[in-house]
Write a protein that binds this ligand. Structure first.
Ligand code: 9Z3
Length: 359
């Protein structure tokens, strides 16, 4: 009897050979290319921050798709701290997810209209009046009410605004967006190839929540899947393990930080170690869904002397991997909350610097 085993796992190579390239890829990458050239001239480190969830369409004319919970908080917050530390940031995010700076005034958690008030005591400014689309009043003769920021919010808004304007002036932030996991994979490959010219000055901070499964284009139904035929069963393929070619081919010199998300906290460390062992990159950040804003663990290869001892067969009690927990107090004051990303980024930048110096 002939027994044939079919491996349903896509390698990265077979994935890109069979799945369609997004139409906007070439234009997107031209923008990335120019951005990287400018940052090289300015001698800056560049970090690629990926952020937000990826969708998996179930139809070619998409009505339904699989998605995940990520709002992009980790990515958007981290990007701000990288910028503050002088890094140039390529912010590759899920369309409409949180973005650096504007995240402080997200329409769901902190609508900016709540911080505006009408102040009738100030003299009018024609720009604001004429820009107001709902005004049918004739040109005012008496002082017209003006829009101001509430006193309580002014200091915070000013600091966000200053940081935002400075980044615009220095042109250190480049935005790219994706929706589907396919767009994410194509962009990641193309951006990291562009970034390889930066050598060790390139950092990757892969915080996007990437689907593990997808439906190949060849198996997608063209039109909306019809109901009325009972249950719906869909068999999905595994998304290729993209860290493998990123580490070994696309940018072997880059400093690569990936994230591992679990809901069972006891799996965090072993799964993060497994990822590091498998791909051989620099850091895996383990976070569990419910505590991710207050506690993370950085797993990295053990210090070189311990690794060398192990390689030479010298018995050592040292573990193969270093564990570094970062924790903050869960109940932060709402007026000036401490963000765990500040400590994560400080630690990573220290390590990235050492990585560059050890070249
Ligand atoms: C993360 O673990 C991110 O920290 C979060 C951030 C998605 C939890 P939010 O957007 O959440 O702030 O709400 N990203 C997970 C990245 C990922 O998908 N990792 C894969 C995995 O866990 C391996 S590369 O298997």
């Amino acid at each position: 009897m002939l027994n044939i085993e079919v491996d349903l796992t896509f390698s990265a190579e077979s994935y890109f050979a069979t799945q369609p390239q997004p139409p906007s890829l070439a234009a997107d990458i031209q923008g990335v290319h120019e951005f990287i050239q400018r940052q090289r001239q300015a001698n800056r480190c560049v970090v690629l921050v990926t952020s937000g969830g990826t969708t998996v369409p179930l139809e070619l004319n998409v009505v339904r798709f699989l998605d995940n919970f990520s709002a992009g908080t980790r990515g958007a917050t981290s990007a701000e701290y990288f910028l503050k530390a002088g890094y140039a940031v390529i912010f590759m995010h899920r369309q409409f997810s949180l973005q650096p700076f504007s995240r402080h005034y997200s329409h769901t958690t902190n609508p900016f209209l709540n911080f505006l008030e009408v102040d009738a005591s100030l003299p009018s400014s024609s720009t604001i009046d004429s820009a107001y689309p709902y005004s049918h009043d004739p040109a005012p003769t008496a002082p017209t009410p003006q829009v101001t920021v509430t006193l309580a919010e002014r200091a915070r808004l000013l600091s966000v605004l200053r940081a935002y304007k400075a980044v615009h002036e220095q042109e250190t932030l480049h935005m790219l967006s994706f929706v589907t996991v396919n767009e994410y994979l194509w962009l990641l490959r193309a951006v990291s190839r562009e970034m390889s010219v930066l050598g060790r000055k390139a950092m990757y901070y892969l915080a996007a929540a990437v689907s593990d499964f997808f439906l190949p284009q060849q198996r997608l139904s063209e039109h909306k899947i019809q109901s009325g035929k009972g249950n719906l069963s869909i068999e999905m393929d595994q998304v290729p393990k993209i860290l493998k070619p990123l580490v070994s081919e696309w940018n072997p010199e880059g400093f690569i930080v990936s994230f591992k998300l679990e809901t069972d906290e006891t799996l965090l460390v072993p799964k993060a170690q497994q990822a590091l062992e498998r791909y051989g990159h620099q850091v895996v950040i383990g976070n569990d869904l419910h505590h991710r804003k207050y506690r993370v663990v950085l797993i990295s290869p053990a210090a070189q002397e311990d690794a060398a001892k192990q390689l030479n067969g010298v018995p050592t009690s040292q573990p193969k991997y270093d564990k570094f927990w970062i924790e903050i107090e869960p109940n932060q004051p709402s007026s000036h909350p401490k963000e765990i990303e500040e400590d994560i980024i400080n630690e990573l930048i220290k390590r990235h610097k050492a990585w560059i110096e050890s070249a």
